[in-house]
Design a protein around this ligand. Structure first.
Ligand code: PHE
Length: 497
């Protein structure tokens, strides 16, 4: 065991950091929206099944791998088999795509906090968002210049990420308490505010009433599995590197259950804040709840601000609170995307973390500027789609194959059971070897078929082709990174632990 490796100061800081990594922007606007679109209450059934058959098993896998190999994703996979190292790099390439755009969405939140003081989005939040704030160009072909307010927001976000990470794990162990507790407090306030509004019940009915016929639709199941992967931050190297900082004799199985359930519980809870206010908005506008909810991003930056402006009592306060909620939710997810990336390089080449971190932050900021242009929104959408639809599924599938078949699921299970507070049964092997890879495989093939038939998002074909090129590019890049020679790795660590 590598004693020089940094450690979490306690088990609770590990759990809280993982929960913070998992809970992010995805919980507050993506989950409620996807839930609504896929049958409301009925969606909770596939969601829960996805959590049990893929989410928790993969969480156990990633924690087990990181904890055992004491290394970030590439080195950990290299210890299973030399040739598997690229799976680790691929996960870091996917998370890199995500950390290029995720802070940009947070930058919008920074700007919106300032607009909230005087409810600057006015009566027509959509026009404000698209025409005044993003100043959308005609399409992805026209970047049409930088939007400076977004660049400033982006600089603030990257600076915050850097400051959270630069002191290392000891400081991080403390910071994560705040970045998890603060958004939870705000969330509770928002839920109370929402539930006490007229019309809230209609919103909740809409959120919770099941429509069982959707269970026959495979799209709903894929949406549930996709959301579970994104929300639990799986297949991104995050959970592997976080567990590699666990001290000797730490539990794995129980921690996996705690983190996964805390995350999904938060999503469910956040649904109450969002849908109660949507019910209120529907009543105020005199329409049904289905007519007020719009697209994914629209929920946070269009629909929600519209509702906030109509609040009877100190709306600006709740506006500020809502965007602070998104920011505090996002920040620990954002730095959990940088950490695995930095660790991948420092593990393999023994680079000095103090040098790599600022470099990654500066490059992340500079490349992120593309998404702050007037056409940047389209690129954000495209990169988000390719990273999540193809990158994530590829990595998840490969993880299952490498651990399930090459390392052997039973061997990993025995290891996990040795160190955990309770034992996991053979069901775990079945999830890792069969259920998760089959679902991811089907999802991958269906997504390719849809892409070929319809392209993506109505963008011109060349934009889709660039997306494909980026996806192929990260696969090639992972092979390149694997083939570069690293500084001596302690292969024996895996066996002596
Ligand atoms: N799980 C986070 C969310 O729901 C996003 C995330 C992705 C975090 C990748 C870390 C790594 O917003």
């Amino acid at each position: 065991m590598n004693e020089a490796r940094e450690r979490w100061t306690s088990r609770s800081s590990f759990i809280i950091a993982s929960v913070g990594a998992a809970i992010g922007l995805g919980n507050v606007w993506r989950f409620p929206y996807i839930c609504y679109e896929n049958g409301g209450g009925a969606f909770l059934i596939p969601y829960f099944i996805a959590l049990l058959t893929a989410g928790i098993p993969l969480m156990i896998l990633e924690y087990g791998l990181g904890r055992k190999m004491q290394a970030g994703a590439p080195t950990a996979f290299a210890m299973v088999r030399k040739g598997a190292e690229w799976v680790g790099w691929l996960s870091l390439m996917v998370v890199m795509l995500i950390f290029l755009y995720y802070p940009v969405i947070m930058a919008w939140c920074v700007d919106y906090v300032t607009y909230a003081f005087n409810l600057g989005w006015g009566a027509d939040a959509r026009t404000f968002f698209e025409r005044d704030f993003l100043q959308l160009s005609g399409g992805p072909g026209a970047l049409a210049g930088i939007r400076w307010p977004i660049v400033i927001g982006l600089a603030v976000v990257w600076l915050a990420i850097y400051l959270c990470l630069f002191k290392g794990l000891k400081a991080l162990s403390k910071i994560v308490f705040y970045t998890v507790i603060i958004p939870w407090v705000i969330l509770v306030i928002m839920v109370i505010r929402g539930l006490t509004l007229p019309g809230a019940i209609e919103g909740l009915k809409f959120y919770l009433t099941p429509n069982f016929s959707v269970l026959l639709n495979p799209r709903v199941w894929l949406a549930a599995y996709g959301q579970i992967f994104f929300t639990l931050s799986l297949a991104m190297g995050t959970m592997i590197v976080y567990s590699s900082y666990l001290p000797r004799k730490s539990d794995i199985a129980n921690n996996s259950f705690i983190v996964s359930l805390a995350n999904c519980g938060t999503s469910f809870f956040a649904g109450f804040a969002v849908f109660s206010i949507l019910g209120y908005l529907a009543q105020a506008m005199g329409v049904g709840v289905p007519e007020v909810t719009k697209s994914g991003f629209g929920l946070a930056f269009i629909t929600y601000p519209t509702a906030i402006r109509l609040l009877p009592f100190i709306p600006a306060f709740f506006g500020i609170l809502f965007f602070l909620l998104l920011l505090t939710l996002g920040i620990d997810s954002a730095f959990s995307q940088i950490e695995p990336f930095v660790a991948g390089f420092t593990d393999k080449w023994k680079f000095n973390r103090k040098r790599v971190l600022p470099l990654v932050c500066i490059l992340g900021f500079l490349i992120g500027i593309v998404f702050t242009t007037r056409g940047g929104y389209y690129w954000l959408d495209i990169v988000d789609y390719f990273a999540n639809t193809f990158g994530l599924t590829m990595v998840g599938l490969l993880e299952c194959i490498v651990i399930g078949y090459i390392y052997k699921a039973s061997k990993m299970r025995e290891y996990v059971n040795d160190v955990s507070e309770f034992s996991i049964g053979k069901w775990w092997d079945i999830c890792i070897k069969i259920i998760t890879p089959v679902i991811l495989g089907i999802s991958f093939i269906l997504s390719i078929v849809t892409l070929i038939r319809k392209g993506y998002g109505g963008y011109p074909a060349w934009a889709t082709i660039i997306g494909v090129v980026i996806t192929i590019g990260i696969v090639v890049m992972s092979f390149v990174l694997m083939s570069l020679r690293g500084k001596t790795m302690k292969m024996e660590a895996s066996e002596t632990d």
